[in-house]
Design a protein around this ligand. Structure first.
Ligand code: IMP
Ligand code: MG
Length: 173
């Protein structure tokens, strides 16, 4: 169940998206960016972020999922790979939340193997205390404590992705 009031409101998220898009637009000025969204979780954030950018953007997606068996090992698989030619492009990977960092790191290595001119990472949420793999994140929206959150693309069992805000979630007992 969703607990109490929003953890991050629609307004807080909107302001943060604008702030991130301004920083990205400034850093990439005069260049074109290839924005790659990591599905499914990033789709809402991705759609809002790219519409706030003031630079030319091309989009692509990648679907990855990890199965964490213990806190220190994880197996990640790519279910849908990028279709754009990555070689020589300025790539911005966009993710919803970084938890252990295992899945994002796997996707990062996959993209790096395709020879981009540059690769940067943008994540809306960062649970840094849970990190197992150290992934370099260039643009972070909110650093959050170790709580399970849903909404704005984030799910529990593939539900709640359509909430227009982010809420903390507790399993019913
Ligand atoms: P990581 O490989 O442990 O960093 O896993 C990151 C992925 O786990 C995210 O892209 C989400 O799909 C999922 N995830 C981690 N924490 C949460 C959460 O609090 N709510 C919903 N999904 C989460
Ligand atoms: Mg998920």
């Amino acid at each position: 169940m969703i607990t109490g009031k929003p953890f991050l409101t629609t307004e807080q998220i909107r302001d943060k998206v604008t702030e991130l898009a301004d920083a990205i637009s400034r850093d990439y000025e005069g260049r074109e960016v290839l924005a790659i969204g990591i599905l499914k979780g990033a789709f809402v954030f991705f759609a809002d972020l790219i519409r706030a950018l003031r630079i030319p953007v091309t989009v692509d997606f990648i679907v990855a999922a990890s199965y964490i068996k213990t806190s220190s090992t994880g197996e990640t698989k790519i279910y849908y790979d990028v279709r754009e030619n990555i070689n020589g492009r300025d790539v911005l990977l966009i993710d919803d939340i970084i938890d252990t960092g295992i899945s994002l790191n796997y996707v990062r290595e996959r993209i790096l193997s395709l020879g981009p001119a540059s690769l940067k990472i943008c994540a809306l949420l960062d649970k840094s205390e849970r990190r197992v793999v150290d992934v370099p994140v260039n643009y972070t929206g909110f650093k959050i404590p170790n709580k399970f959150v849903v909404g704005y693309g984030l799910d529990y069992e593939n539900k709640y992705r359509n909430l227009p805000y982010i809420a903390t979630f507790k399993k019913e007992t």
